[in-house]
Design a binder for this molecule. Structure first.
Ligand code: CA
Length: 646
């Protein structure tokens, strides 16, 4: 195999000249013997493919991948950065090079690799200027509402990319576990629907390349951390989605997988080092016993069994204790935030990677973006476990986590329990009440992401026995209690998965997203049943309420202990933290009153004088009917009533 290919490449040369500064041109003139190529044309792959100047951490560690690159010496042929360190691992085809970018301006570097026999390979590397305000970007927060989309199953905006040459797992809409053709363009085409509903953030399941032989549609088997899967679109398409979404007041939350890769990743064919993949690159299943990480009585092997075990044989488990891999994953996250203007990150299987690495990963990202938001998926219904990961939580040890948010699985389970069980002293709404009462465990309960269901569990309509009154109570509660609500696409039109727990059924196609969906279109409302249309309007109404009263939903929750199947709470602005700017908000003194009741009830409102005393009228959100705070409300069974109290 020829070791070097240093043939001058015209396109590489042009790339240099197009962006050239006079100094660069003069260098090329002075040294006509070397030919500069872009990394792709020099046979060297570089990760990250570019970087920025003015980052909080001025070091960037490049992973160079190329034929026999490990023993090369690295120097800067053009540019004023310093090579701080270079490190080879076990494979002869990887070299890790740390550049020091402190006090330099944006520029195009020429990096030179010199072999022991004196032959050289040069390639260009761009240090870009950061977008204005990048470091101070604001992440999603308690005033927001997140729409969770399975991109393959939402809308097919480009049928041309359903199958792409070189990729297996061909599109087959009739197969529940197959690719159905949905893509980035499908989301772009329907941003108006998402905006009109009242969502302010979009979390998509991962869209990075999953070049797997089958079951690749879900996106959790990454085969290239720097490339959008071409069946969803290109990197530029993803960036365009983010830009277009932002213009409509919608942030983009990227789903990231730090724990594992897909087994077709290059790292499985050419592994950088012997300790890159846990369990020596061989499948050993994780125990899923996350408690071992917290348990004061835990055996060391149980901790290792949880962290180092794999999910499935097609998902090799990464060893983030390797500092080069840790750096790779940290920089990859920052690269996407910076490149695509993200407003947040959702981290898959949050607690499964190395615990010390998670501390490092969250701290590095929050150092770069202090106002950013990241939510971790820790699937435990025990608040003591979920709270452990959130920044600022009370802990039994000195673990340092900078993770701003976690998914509130405990509350999700409590809501289903509350609505599935009869009311008694220890069942029914008391489940929700007790769960929220443990909020003292969390560093910031208002910043938890709350949800009725998601892409990994039965849809809430099914969990609640296809009872639309219960659905309404669950949705009302989760769109008005403390936290940041997340709604899974289709939940707003009562999508269910009756008779199947299969993920491919849970993630069914959104009606109207495919050119052939003539009978039913949820985007336009065409063909929806009365119930589906009612549900969609209900979600929209509650989302609009959140938009008109952001201070209340960022503010306080005060709830009354459930009594006779009635659960009541209010949301109000936190006057202490309201800034001068907030005071210009005319509805700052409004309160939002929510009453959930199972049996028919006559409720004298003076019962709630403790929170309503200074207010006079209540306006019911669903029908606009007004009441006085001295009235007695007659509520039918199984109702979820929301009032604006003025
Ligand atoms: Ca498509």
């Amino acid at each position: 195999m020829p070791k070097r290919n240093r043939v001058t490449n015209d396109s590489g040369h042009k790339k240099i000249q197009k962006r050239a500064i006079p100094l660069l041109l003069s260098c090329i003139t002075t040294f006509p013997l070397f030919s500069v190529q872009s990394s792709a044309n020099s046979g060297i792959d570089v990760y990250p493919p570019n970087w920025w100047v003015g980052m909080q951490n001025s070091n960037v560690e490049l992973m160079l991948y190329g034929d026999d690159v490990a023993d090369d010496t690295v120097s800067i042929a053009i540019g004023d950065v310093r090579v701080k360190h270079s490190q080879a691992l076990d494979s002869e085809n990887y070299l890790f090079v740390t550049l020091d970018t402190s006090n330099v301006s944006a520029q195009e570097l020429v990096i030179r690799l010199t072999d022991s026999d004196g032959t050289t390979r040069d390639f260009t590397y761009t240090l870009e200027k950061r977008a204005q305000g990048s470091a101070s970007r604001e992440g999603f927060g308690p005033q927001d509402a997140i729409y969770l989309i399975a991109p393959d199953r939402y809308a097919n905006g480009n049928v041309e990319n359903d199958n792409v040459k070189g990729y297996g797992d061909p599109a087959d809409r009739s197969f529940k576990g197959g690719r159905h053709g949905g893509d980035i363009q499908g989301i772009v085409d329907n941003l108006n629907y998402i905006q009109d509903m009242g969502f302010t953030q979009i979390w998509t399941m991962p869209m990075l390349e999953n070049a797997m032989d089958k079951y690749s549609y879900h996106g959790y088997s990454t085969t290239d951390y720097y490339k959008i899967d071409p069946r969803f679109g290109s990197n530029d398409d993803f960036i365009a989605l983010s830009t277009e979404a932002k213009s409509k007041g919608l942030g983009i939350i990227m789903d990231m997988v730090l724990n594992h890769i897909g087994s077709n990743h290059l790292w499985m064919k050419d592994t950088p080092s012997h300790n890159w993949i846990n369990n020596n690159g061989k499948f050993v299943g994780t125990t899923h016993k996350r408690e071992a990480l917290h348990d004061p009585h835990a055996i060391a092997s149980d901790i290792k069994g949880f962290s180092d075990g794999w999910f499935v044989p097609t998902m090799p488990d990464l060893n983030q204790r390797n500092p080069h891999l840790a750096n790779y994953l940290i920089q990859n996250a920052i690269w996407w935030v910076e490149s695509a203007g993200l407003s947040g990150i959702r981290v898959d299987t949050y607690s499964y990677p190395d615990k010390a690495f998670l501390s490092q990963w969250t701290n590095r990202i929050m150092d770069e973006y202090p106002n950013f938001n990241i939510v971790g998926e820790e699937w435990s219904v025990n608040p003591a476990i979920t709270a452990y990961w959130q920044a600022g939580s009370h802990r039994h040890d000195d673990y340092d986590s900078a993770l701003p948010s976690v998914m509130d699985f405990p509350l999700q389970a409590a809501v289903v329990e509350a609505l599935s069980n009869d009311e008694s002293w220890n069942s029914g709404f008391i489940s929700v009440y007790e769960t929220l009462a443990t909020d003292f465990l969390y560093g910031d309960p208002n910043n938890l992401v709350i949800f009725p269901d998601n892409h990994d569990m039965s849809r809430i309509f099914t969990q609640l026995g296809h009872d639309k009154d219960k659905w309404n109570m669950a949705m009302t509660l989760l769109l008005t209690t403390r936290g940041i609500p997340q709604v899974f696409y289709g939940t707003e039109i009562l999508m269910g998965n009756e008779g199947s727990e299969d993920h491919g059924i849970i993630r069914s196609d959104f009606p109207g997203g495919w050119p052939s969906d003539n009978d039913k279109n949820a985007f336009t409302g065409h063909g929806l049943t009365d119930d589906e249309r009612w549900a969609q309007q209900r979600v929209k109404g509650l989302l609009q309420l959140r938009k008109s009263h952001p201070l209340q939903f960022r503010g306080l929750l005060k709830h009354f202990a459930p009594e006779n199947g009635v659960y009541t709470y209010i949301r109000e602005a936190n006057v202490d933290s309201a800034s001068g700017a907030d005071k210009s908000n005319t509805n700052q003194s409004d309160k939002i009153l929510v009453i959930l009741n199972k049996k028919p009830v006559d409720l004298p409102l003076n019962k709630y004088a403790e929170v309503l005393s200074t207010h006079q009228t209540l306006t019911r959100v669903s029908d606009g009917i007004s009441f006085k705070t001295t009235d007695t409300l007659s509520l039918p069974a199984m109702s979820a009533s929301v009032f604006i109290v003025q």
